[in-house]
Design a protein around this ligand. Sequence first.
Ligand code: PGA
Length: 253
Amino acid sequence: MEKPSKTYIFANWKMYLSPLESQALATELKTKLQASAGACLAVFPSALALPEVEQVLRGSATSVGAQNVYPAPKGGYTGEVSAAMFAEVGCRYALVGHSERRKVFHETNEEVREKLAAVLAAGMTPVLCVGETAAERDAGQTKTVVEAQLRSALVQLSWPASIDLIIAYEPIWAISRNGGSGCDPAEAEKMANMMSGLAMELIPGILPAVLYGASVEPHNVAAYLAQPHVCGVLVGAASTTFVRWQDIITNAF
Ligand code: PGA
């Protein structure tokens, strides 16, 4: 199969870094990072850190994205931030449906779809995250769960031709293993193959990019990216220190 020409290397900083720590890491990225040609780099800081991180990284090889959005554009939604607001402060991407949002904040497939539409309407590129729990995997439901997540998010969604279709396979049981073994690259490839086929069926005419994300580290990033249907990685913990992030980018190529 044809693969998108870019390799997406995305950093989900989750709630690991404070605003000051985020600014400090962004400054290191701006001044010291050796980016490789063909790499499409982005960091997803906390909402609070985002405007400063965006300012620091403006004009560098690294874009910024939001970790979550609220689907309504404006209004009485105490504590929430809309996609349009993230776009206004320079976000190019937004994660949608990350497993921690689904699990901790009980986000449903329906809400994920609304968020996806809101991100597209704001002119940003969504990064749709899907994946199965350990219990679903043990019950042999991996494919069914991921397929349902994808169908509900993408079916009959009108996708602008100018926006990349990026989907991240994040097996929940393999997230945050901290040096332990993540998902076998061959297993990730099987899912990436299934997901890109389904995405092409649901959104015809746009070549999807499937990323892998769960315990990606400098020592295993190349094995995931070597898979024919894996077009990038979404990295959590290992993206929050400069040296490990630089090593991931270097080892990716
Ligand atoms: P991890 O997180 O790299 O720390 O496993 C990945 C993610 O949840 O996006």
